[in-house]
Write a protein that binds this ligand. Structure first.
Ligand code: ADP
Ligand code: MG
Length: 683
């Protein structure tokens, strides 16, 4: 088996399984080898019932006291059974596992392993896993990988497939030269791949992970350095002159720019009046008002007679920016002639847009990465602004055509990265920081609660809606079955419709919906036709509906703090008091301690650094700060040291005069890896 060998060639993978695997992005051997566990469990010996701890996953060795009783609720089968050891009683519930009725025999002994809950004075386990004594004891001390799942795919299926692939895959020879492996103490790639999936000990896991994190950083930085030719000294073809338009626009705005916004705007103007190209990153916390700066830079561009492009990661966001700017145009007669370009437009709509872009009839082009597709020809593209920059850049296979002639580049990000790391990750970009929120904001009020709090939360939501406000609710999955015990958007919406007053309009949004449907749902939410929007994290990126004042996040324990902070940033954007309710499905004190960081702070930088104190490199907490830069396994915060080492290694390799002879294998490997990267800064 090789990288591109289809998983259908693995024994036991038929059409149906292969379709489900595709939902997880798994088509080939390479895909599954890089499908890293999201967590590992380490089985500990069973404990006496009386010393169980609520909120922890634990195992007990118990006797079944009475035969299981089955209850049917609609099409759900609920099995209840009472178990005990010499020290106490445990109530156990199974959902939709009808067959266990005959398996669980009164008087039989089993090991049950699951999340412990305490209801009143009783201990309860829902959906525990069932083991025979011998089976369980043989697993003690081993790390068991836990993978992200989807309907039709179990953890066991993934491990089985992986074992086969690992046995039959032809690993390429190690691509780092031996001196590099030695210097940075890296495991060989083959060994690291085996051990990341099936580590025997925590130490093995840490070593394997270290190598793979290094690889991710190395190839990202290698790619960036290789493409640095467009660096700061690049001569600009577009020199800008001051115009009255931007001054007037700032005067017309209903609010004064913050001091930080004014400072950054000055930096942008300075850049644009130079003879070299601007390459600037604006870093500012959620809600700090980055969009206005993009609009100002774009306005200066069009009033100088050039074209500007505004690229964003999602269609919903593209539509939102388009409308915001269209509103400005209507209100204040700005000289923008905007056009929208997104994937879901019809062929004819796209053709129209292409024509307007090529002729220069449109001077502002707003869209997703459809903007950089081959068919788009620009008339005079002088500025490219990209919003939520960290979402782009990796794993997009579109090839970039050479669009403008060295346009100016402005990127915006809400990811709080310490300066030393930003200098590495953003290579040649100059960095501007907005370190202040608009003054009229009321700080968001936060609370971290458990699921028992839901009735209060729903009453609160109803009262906010009665006052004309709107609400977001976030669930970690789209539909049932992706992972056990997590809330999902579809069922939650149904449940909520039966619980909230009938006059409250509830709808849902998730990433698997068609783009046009997503857009129209967002449209209705903005027009206040929807009061409560149940959604996955698709709304995390940049959505701005200032009338929304409540954000309720289910299974908060499953998200990274950075991501939760971004989600919370969807509220608190207007003059009304806003609230964020973090519901945790887990009462483990460590989990709560982590969430409480958010309860006490609304500052992205502070949150990132506190989070770091609780986590260590390779932390097995099961939550990575994914999303940031789309690294699969690396975490820019906890792996900061490795990031620095990888940067040093890349410099070393690229500087070596005889590099190509010594590092031929490495260069070839990197070239193959580069296919995964698209960085629109090279536009
Ligand atoms: P982000 O930095 O998260 O992209 P936005 O640019 O979307 O934030 O701005 C959030 C909200 O704040 C918008 O409704 C915007 O109009 C408003 N806003 C921006 N700058 C200011 C300001 N100086 N004073 C008051 N409100 C502002
Ligand atoms: Mg934004």
């Amino acid at each position: 088996m090789r990288d591109n060998t289809s998983l259908k060639e693995v024994k036991g993978v038929g059409d149906k399984t292969s379709k489900s695997l595709q939902k997880l992005g798994l088509n080939t051997c390479k895909d599954i080898l890089r499908f890293y566990p999201r967590d590992y469990v380490q089985f500990e010996p069973p404990v006496p019932v009386k010393s169980l701890r609520a909120g922890y996953t634990e195992a007990v060795h118990v006797k079944v006291m009475s035969s299981p009783k089955e209850k049917k609720v609609r099409n759900l089968s609920i099995l209840n059974c009472t178990c005990a050891d010499g020290t106490g009683i445990l109530h156990v519930t199974f959902f939709n596992q009808h067959y266990l009725k005959n398996t669980l025999k009164t008087g039989g002994y089993y090991i049950l392993r699951g999340m412990v809950q305490k209801k009143g004075i009783d201990f309860v386990m829902e959906q525990p896993k069932l083991y025979s004594y011998d089976e369980f004891m043989s697993k003690i001390g081993m790390l068991q990988p836990i993978y992200p799942l989807t309907k039709g795919i179990t953890n066991q299926m993934i491990t089985k497939i992986l074992k086969q692939v690992l046995d039959n895959y032809l690993f390429e020879t190690e691509y780092y030269p031996p001196e590099l492996l030695a210097k940075y103490q890296l495991l060989p790639y083959k060994e690291a791949t085996h051990k990341i999936h099936f580590p025997k000990t925590e130490e093995e896991y840490m070593h394997a992970r270290r190598r793979l994190v290094f690889d991710e950083f190395f190839s990202f930085l290698f790619y960036m350095q290789k493409n640095k030719s467009y660096g700061n000294a690049l001569k600009s073809n577009y020199i800008f002159f001051e115009t009255a338009d931007t001054v007037r626009f700032i005067e017309q705005l209903p609010f004064p720019l913050t001091k930080a916004q004014r400072k950054v705007w000055q930096e942008i103007q300075d850049d644009l009046s130079k003879e070299t190209c601007m390459h600037r990153l604006i870093q500012g916390d959620v809600g700090s008002g980055k969009t206005i700066l993009a609009v100002l830079a774009l306005l200066l561009t069009v009033s100088n007679g050039y074209q500007g492009a505004f690229m964003v990661p999602t269609e919903v966001l593209a539509v939102q920016h388009y409308e915001t700017i269209q509103n400005y145009v209507n209100q204040w007669n700005l000289c923008f002639r905007p056009v929208l370009l997104v994937g879901s437009m019809t062929a004819k709509e796209k053709r129209d847009a292409y024509e307007k872009i090529a002729s220069g009839e449109a001077n502002l082009i707003i869209g997703t990465h459809a903007l950089i597709q081959e068919k788009v020809n620009y008339h005079s593209l002088a500025l490219v602004v990209t919003d939520e920059q960290h979402r782009f850049g990796v794993k997009q296979r579109e090839q970039l055509a050479d669009k403008g002639k060295n346009p100016h580049i402005l990127v915006m990000s809400a990811t709080p990265i310490p300066r030393t790391l930003a200098l590495i990750l953003y290579g040649d970009l100059d960095i501007s920081i907005i370190d202040e929120l608009p003054a009229n904001r009321l700080p968001i009020k936060n609370c971290v609660v458990n699921q028992d709090y839901r009735p209060n939360a729903y009453r609160f939501i109803a009262s906010q809606v009665a006052q004309g406000r709107q609400v977001y609710i976030i669930c970690p999955q789209v539909e049932e079955g992706e992972a056990e015990g997590l809330e999902n958007v579809i069922d939650y919406t149904d449940k909520l419709r039966s619980l909230l007053p009938a006059n409250i309009q509830i709808s849902y949004l998730h990433g698997k919906m068609r783009s046009s449907d997503k857009n129209s749902i967002m449209e209705e939410f903005k027009d206040k036709k929807i009061d409560v929007l149940v959604s996955t994290t698709v709304i995390e990126v940049g959505i701005n509906v200032p009338n929304a004042t409540v954000m309720l996040i289910e299974n908060s324990e499953r998200f990274g703090l950075a991501q939760l902070h971004q989600l919370r940033g969807r509220v608190g954007r207007g003059q009304h008091q806003s609230y964020c309710i973090f519901i945790s499905g887990n009462e483990n004190p460590q989990v709560l301690e982590r969430l409480q960081i958010l309860e006490h702070s609304n500052d992205g930088f502070h949150i990132a650094s506190e989070d770091l104190k609780l986590r260590g490199p390779g932390d097995m907490f099961g939550i990575r700060q994914s999303g940031e830069f789309s690294f699969e396994i690396a975490d820019i915060y906890t792996d900061a040291n490795l990031l620095k080492l990888a940067a040093e290694a890349v410099d070393f390799v690229l500087q070596d005069d005889v590099a190509h002879e010594n590092y031929g294998q490495l260069y070839r490997h990197m070239e193959r890896e580069q296919e995964n990267y698209v960085d629109f800064r090279t536009i």
